[in-house]
Write a protein that binds this ligand. Structure first.
Ligand SMILES: NC(=O)c1ccc[n+]([C@@H]2O[C@H](COP(=O)([O-])OP(=O)(O)OC[C@H]3O[C@@H](n4cnc5c(N)ncnc54)[C@H](OP(=O)(O)O)[C@@H]3O)[C@@H](O)[C@H]2O)c1
Length: 391
């Protein structure tokens, strides 16, 4: 038994470090500096409770024993009456709330009880997953992450290009053969594009892609968002030179980490729906391919789901009914009836993006690579029930 600041902890919550201690050992840690906590317990701290942060905190909390995590903490910036139900639910699942000290009173008035101060949450963590948008993760890196010593790693999300090595589970897990301190999980549509390329245009680890074209049809807002809906389709500019939009730029950066230079281009358009993003793709290969070969490759990849459904609403609805908190964790769902092989060196089709689902999976995989480098693969098995073969 171990008492940590008066609280009794028992395995598996103690992590492997403590399970190696002699039986019956009784320690009392009163004055452990925060920087040392990470060496004793596996603490994962999530910054932000938005579209991606909220389900990620829930996922980590629900599977913490299987994932070898002792404690999950999260920080919320704004004390809002309308947000308290999600905070209550996360606390009920044993995740601990962190907030800036000067906002504690307001949180408490709204019946949300913080456990740790905002910076304390970062300093005592083994690993920090930043789920804030629009450059906030990059700012946090300068303001906090580069100044603390405890955490072994920091992970940010899709919008924070340049935060660290870009990563998508199943695409470039090889980056973790070297120590990674800062990792950026690729955006949802980048996951989709990368999964299609790696599955259909790679042979024995080598690219046979002559040229890839992608049109990302983005859902206007997530169901959880109050603002930002669009009444009509709205096209995006090609801001990223030879890549078009950031989706191909990011996918290119992803494959660069495994030594591949790809000729890819993306366009994007926001459409008035809240369900799912869709992607039209065209891959021109070096060498011919058959429809049967394409199908076999898709079916052999556990990260790809297939579907005979032709509407995002139906795919979304399946996720709502069968996913973890409504999420499909696959990197993409390929609409099989749309697959077409022409020339015969070109593959064309449509796919649906399980938006935050694929980023959640990669966030957990990056966490496991960093916390449990020897057994990450084994520990990730607990999420296999949410990787669907067919939707
Ligand atoms: N939405 C998706 O489907 C999706 C999919 C894949 C990847 N991503 C990526 O995930 C990241 C987060 O996106 P999101 O859609 O989850 O954003 P979101 O729903 O807008 O949530 C943002 C969260 O960040 C917090 N936050 C914002 N500014 C902050 C600041 N200055 N300091 C501390 N906290 C701050 C907000 O806290 P308060 O509410 O407490 O103020 C909120 O909890 C982005 O990089 C995005 O590209 C999103």
């Amino acid at each position: 038994m171990l008492r940590l600041l008066g609280k009794v902890l028992r395995p598996p919550l103690l992590g492997e470090y403590l399970s190696r201690m002699p039986q019956g050992c009784d320690f009392i840690y009163h004055d452990i500096p925060y920087e040392c906590w990470a060496q004793i317990l596996n603490i994962v701290h999530v910054v932000g409770t938005g579209t991606i942060g909220e389900p990620l905190i829930g996922l980590l909390a629900d599977f913490r024993n299987e994932l070898g995590i002792d404690e999950v903490t999260f920080s919320k910036r704004t004390p809002l009456l309308t947000d308290r139900t999600k905070v209550w639910d996360l606390i009920k699942r044993d995740a601990k709330l962190c907030a800036e000290r000067e906002k504690w009173k307001k949180f408490q008035e709204l019946e949300m009880e913080p456990t740790y101060e905002y910076e304390e949450g970062i300093r005592r963590a083994s690993l920090v997953i930043d789920c804030t948008p629009s450059g906030t993760g990059l700012d946090n890196k300068k303001k906090f992450y580069e100044k603390v010593e405890g955490p072994v790693g920091f992970i940010a999300q899709g919008s924070e290009f340049g935060f660290g090595t870009i990563y998508a589970h199943g695409i470039n897990d090889a980056i973790f053969s070297e120590r990674q301190k800062y990792v950026q999980v690729a955006s949802c549509n980048t996951h989709n594009i990368a999964a299609i390329i790696k599955t259909l245009a790679f042979e024995g680890g080598m690219s046979r892609l002559r040229e890839g074209r992608f049109v990302c049809m983005r859902r206007a807002t997530d169901l959880s968002e109050e603002k930002g809906f669009t009444a009509s389709p709205k096209v995006d500019e090609h801001d990223y030179g030879r890549f078009g939009t950031h989706h191909a730029r990011d996918a290119h950066a992803l494959f660069q980490t495994i030594g591949c230079e790809l000729d890819i281009f993306s366009s994007s358009i926001k459409i008035p729906t809240q369900y799912m993003h869709s992607i039209w793709f065209s891959l021109e290969l070096y060498g011919a391919v058959t429809h049967e070969e394409v199908l076999a490759r898709i079916k052999a990849n556990p990260f790809i789901a297939t579907t005979y459904k032709d509407q995002t609403a139906l795919v979304f609805s399946f996720g709502r009914d069968h996913g973890h908190y409504g999420r499909i964790l696959n990197q993409t769902t390929i609409a099989l009836p749309t697959l077409s092989v022409r020339n015969p060196e070109e593959i064309v089709g449509f796919s649906f993006t399980p938006q935050d689902g694929n980023s959640l999976l990669s966030s957990v995989a990056a966490t496991e690579h960093m916390l449990h480098p020897q057994e990450w693969r084994e520990r990730m098995r607990c999420l296999e029930p949410f990787l669907f073969r067919e939707v």
